[in-house]
Every structure is written in structure tokens, then in C-alpha cells.
Ligand binder design. Structure first.
Ligand code: UD1
Length: 356
């Protein structure tokens, strides 16, 4: 079977690494990897391919740094040409980025089945570009691979149980990646770890970076936290741009975006995670950290329901500080099967081979 995989943004490289490894071990399955170019810096893209030994993409589309419409449109146009030329039997897309939607739409219009990994997630905030991307991608996917029970139940609520789409609860490929790479990362990472108990932070969501009130609230809170616990913040290019634009200053040195091994190592050693990323909320849990999420909603509700994660209002530094202080001292039992058993990629590949 010939499968075309579309990736473009940092978290998709991590997810694709897990499935690509299983594909390489599976007879009768050929993968054509396409990189849309959405993320393009050495430390936002290449480092993941090198560290996780993902095969070099067969095609690089070089679409980036333009608005949502232009980005999605240009990607679709280039993917369509590739699909006509390569004629895969299925197109595999991951998550909720513009690259995901472009790949799914281009395939659907050519009547090529679409498999969506990380299907069924909802924040119920349709002002997020990611929410729009995931709802539309789910709607036109033939195979919907859900990481959690909540994701399956979201799809049922939307009527997917009455449609002919295939909805399967597979577990989360990001958990597969965390288990597989943890030991290698501890040997290979060279990231510097603070001596004191530190807080690992990541900020990049448009809803936070593009709203000066929220970005200011986050900066104030992080500056405060840093007075007692050093904050390690690998700075996303979007956030860097908006901090400069709004003349907001962090009182500590940030670090450049880091590779997966360094990220895992920091997650392993941190005392708490503060983030607005979807993936990092789960990775905090995989590495037994409590998490404070700087958003009004999360797609990973099971973390909040079980007390591993709490939401804080980005525009309210006091709210962030209160939650951070509470989560720093809260002890939790992390041994719960919320995201599968670390074999999600195998389940997905097996299901693709039998159902397409
Ligand atoms: C995108 C995804 C988001 C995902 C995130 C992971 C969408 C709508 N959003 O957000 O779902 O969680 O990736 O990081 O698809 N830039 C660089 N160098 C790079 C990459 C980006 O300078 O290597 C710049 C871009 O030019 C742009 C900004 O960073 O100005 C934001 O990049 P963009 O691809 O628009 O989205 P993300 O915020 O990364």
C-alpha cells in the first residue's frame, strides 16, 4: 500500500516519527513523506528529523510565513499536484495545523481516503485556528484515530456513529514517542539544567501571543515565578516576534527553541510545567509533572478532571501565580492509563493495512 504523509509543524514531526518507524518495519507499506515547510528553522524542524531518525522528506513544499488563507491554499495546490503524480492509496495527516487541513482537503477532493491521527479533539473555541482545522479535517476523514475516550465521545456527539467513517480509539502516538525516546534522550541531551527547582514554560498559541493583554499577563507572571523558581523558556519564533512588537521584557534569559531530546530531558527534571501547548500538557503528565495551562479551554480534559492540570487565565497574572503555587506543592499519582499503552502507532498501521 502506498501512503502519503503530510507534516509541516514541530509537533507533527514527533508524531510522524512513531508511525514512520513502524511503517519501515512493516512489509507491504510504502510511505511518501511530504514536508509543507510551515516550520522551517534548523531548531524548529531539521533537529527533529536528525534526532528521531525520520527519513528525509521526499518532497519539500516550502510554504511558510504567510497568512492562514495563503498558507493553506498554497499548500493545497502543491499537495494536489503531488497526489495526482504519486497516486497514493491513503493520505495520513496529524493534529490540527494548517498543514493538516491542506493535506486532508487536497486528498478528499481527489477521492483519496484520509486518515487523521489525533482525531476527535475539541476545545469548543472556534476562534482558535486549530479548532477549525481539526473539525474540518475530522469531517472529511475516512479513518479517525482517536487518542482518548473523550475524543471518541466527541465524535459520537457530532453524529459520527451514524456515518460510515471509521472511528478507532488507538491511544496517543505522543505517548509512544515519550516512552521510546526517554532513555536515548537522557544519554544524548546536552541541555543545561538549573540547580534549583525550575519551571519549564512554553508559549506560542496565537490566542496568547497576538493578544497584548494576555501576553503582558503571561510575562508578568513568569517574571514573578522566576524570583523563586528559575523559569526555563524555549522561545517560539511567534512569541519572540510579539514580545518585541509589544516591547514586553522578560527578566530572565530565554533559550532558543530546542530539539525533542532536550525537551524530554527538561520535562524529566522540571518541578512544574506552564504552557499553552496541547502536546506539552500531555508530556508534562508522561514525565510526572503537574501542569498549569494558560488557556480558557483544553482539549485534554482528562488531565484537568484527574487533577494533573489546571487552567489559568493568561490575562490575569495573579490567577497564574496562585495556580502555579498550588500545583508546585500538589502531589499526584501519575500511574494512570489515560493515553494508551505506548503502542498507538502499531494499532494505527495495523488498522490502515486492514481497512484501506
Ligand atoms: C503552528 C500551528 C499550531 C501548532 C504549532 C506548533 C497552525 C494554525 N498552528 O503554530 O497548531 O501547535 O504550529 O509549534 O497551523 N516561524 C519561524 N520559524 C519556524 C517556524 C515558524 O520563524 O521554523 C515563524 C513563522 O514565520 C510565523 C510564526 O513563526 O511568523 C508562527 O508560525 P506558524 O507556522 O504560523 O504557526 P505556529 O504559531 O508555530
Amino acid at each position: 500500500m502506498k501512503m502519503m504523509t503530510i507534516v509541516g509543524a514541530r509537533p507533527q514531526f514527533v508524531k510522524a516519527a512513531t508511525i514512520s518507524r513502524i511503517v519501515q518495519e512493516t512489509a507491504g507499506l510504502e510511505e511518501i513523506l511530504v514536508h509543507t515547510g510551515q516550520h522551517f528553522d534548523q531548531n524548529m524542524s531539521d533537529v527533529f528529523f536528525d534526532e528521531m531518525q525520520i527519513s528525509k522528506p521526499a518532497f519539500q513544499l516550502d510554504v511558510n510565513s504567510v497568512g492562514h488563507g495563503a498558507m493553506t491554499g498554497r499548500m493545497m495546490e502543491k499537495i494536489e499536484t503531488l497526489l495526482i503524480d504519486q497516486r497514493p492509496e491513503v493520505v495520513l495527516v496529524y493534529g490540527d495545523t494548517n498543514s493538516t487541513l491542506a493535506g486532508a482537503l487536497a486528498a478528499k477532493k481527489l477521492h483519496i481516503p484520509v486518515a487523521h491521527v489525533e482525531a476527535g479533539l475539541r476545545s469548543f473555541n472556534d476562534r482558535m485556528p486549530e479548532e477549525v482545522n481539526r473539525i474540518l479535517t475530522d469531517r472529511i476523514s475516512t479513518n479517525l484515530y482517536c487518542p482518548t475516550d473523550t475524543a471518541v465521545s466527541n465524535l459520537h456527539t457530532e453524529g459520527f456513529d451514524k456515518l460510515s467513517n471509521r472511528v478507532v480509539r488507538t491511544g496517543d502516538v505522543m505517548y509512544d514517542a515519550a516512552l521510546f525516546y526517554a532513555k536515548i534522550a537522557s544519554e544524548k541531551s546536552t541541555v543545561s539544567i538549573p540547580e534549583k527547582d525550575f519551571v519549564l514554560a512554553t508559549i506560542h498559541r496565537a490566542e496568547n501571543t497576538d493578544d497584548p493583554k494576555k501576553l503582558k499577563g503571561i510575562v508578568e507572571a513568569l517574571n514573578h515565578i522566576n524570583e523563586t523558581n528559575p523559569v526555563v523558556l524555549p522561545l517560539h519564533p511567534r512569541t519572540k516576534k510579539y514580545l518585541e512588537m509589544n516591547q514586553l521584557t522578560l527578566s530572565f534569559d530565554t533559550i532558543a527553541p530546542i530539539g525533542y531530546f532536550d525537551m524530554i530531558q527538561l520535562l524529566n527534571r522540571a518541578s512544574l510545567v506552564v504552557t499553552d501547548s496541547g502536546g506539552v500538557q500531555k508530556e508534562a503528565f508522561f514525565f510526572k509533572n503537574n501542569c498549569v495551562t494558560l488557556r480558557d479551554q483544553t482539549e485534554w480534559v482528562e488531565l484537568v478532571e484527574n487533577g494533573f492540570n489546571t487552567l489559568a487565565k493568561a490575562e490575569n497574572p495573579e490567577d497564574i501565580l496562585n495556580k502555579v503555587n498550588a500545583m508546585l506543592i500538589k502531589s499526584n499519582q501519575f500511574e494512570q492509563d489515560l493515553y494508551g499503552t505506548g503502542h498507538a502507532a502499531e494499532s494505527i498501521v495495523k488498522d490502515l493495512l486492514t481497512s484501506i
